[in-house]
Write a protein that binds this ligand. Sequence first.
Ligand SMILES: NC(=O)c1ccc[n+]([C@@H]2O[C@H](COP(=O)([O-])OP(=O)(O)OC[C@H]3O[C@@H](n4cnc5c(N)ncnc54)[C@H](O)[C@@H]3O)[C@@H](O)[C@H]2O)c1
Length: 296
Amino acid sequence: MNSLDHENRFNNRERTVLKVVVVGAGTMGAGIAYSAAAAGHDIQLVEQNQRFLDQGIARIEDYLTKGVTRGTITKDQANLIRGRVHGTIDYSKACADAELAVEAVYEDEKVKSQVFGALDKSCPKAAILASNTSSISISKLAHGTTRPEKVVGLHFFNPVPSMKLVEVIRGQKTSPETLKRAEDFAQTMGKTIVHSADRTGFIVNRSLMLFINESARLLDENVATPADIDKAFVLGANHPMGPLQLADFIGLDIVVDVLKVLEKEYGERFTPSPTLQRLVSEKKLGRKTKRGFYDY
Ligand SMILES: NC(=O)c1ccc[n+]([C@@H]2O[C@H](COP(=O)([O-])OP(=O)(O)OC[C@H]3O[C@@H](n4cnc5c(N)ncnc54)[C@H](O)[C@@H]3O)[C@@H](O)[C@H]2O)c1
């Protein structure tokens, strides 16, 4: 995010300030809470216990420190953003006057369904309930609530503050009004939206994971080295980084987990390649472990 984006957001007096609940303060929840607060929204950040909440707040502090160090926000702006994020482990308190809730808990249908149940019970009837799920059906999550027309998918990308895209997912019963309000919210955060049907993997993961997996298969078959595979896509297809570099950045454990979900839905074309499986079993997970397709 550049400083101009930030200036525009801070100076936009027309902007609607929403009362937003973010559930889960992990990698994605902290990023969503930070970016929504930077856009001016009032945030209630909910975690399952105080320890995870403290870790989430520390992630947000990290974004603030980096923002100030890099000059994308001033110290005053950092203080404003900090003041808009309220952490709690109490759902009913967090949801009391919520207009929109974004769920970003573990990618586990049972956990997400429980969270949706709690949000449905605690949020005002008019509130929109959004999920950041990467693979779980929005229609299924909506089905367990009393307001399926107000449930929608908002799939952000990591790291949320710098990734411009949000995939907006319409469930079977999502109303046009819900869709519009969810899109408006994402746009206040400076995001560009694309629409996807409620099919596992949506647009980006379904296509990208197949691409990464097939690139790893080139290694399985000794067709080329990692450096040449990546160079080929940077120079031959104008990609900003090659597929194996990108996989190291995402985390090879995450790549394998997503491939397994896609494999279950669409079949063996998504079966993780032997090289990917081996690297994960050796705990070479990419940049975060300093070893993956490359050493860092
Ligand atoms: N990490 C990514 O790159 C990425 C990208 C897009 C979407 N997603 C999706 O976002 C969601 C979150 O992923 P993540 O990487 O941030 O996971 P994470 O493990 O970093 O964070 C999940 C957080 O949810 C909290 N949580 C679990 N149950 C809870 C409950 N009942 N109430 C409140 N908080 C609870 C956990 O304590 C944890 O802090 C998943 O659905 C994932 O598929 C992840």
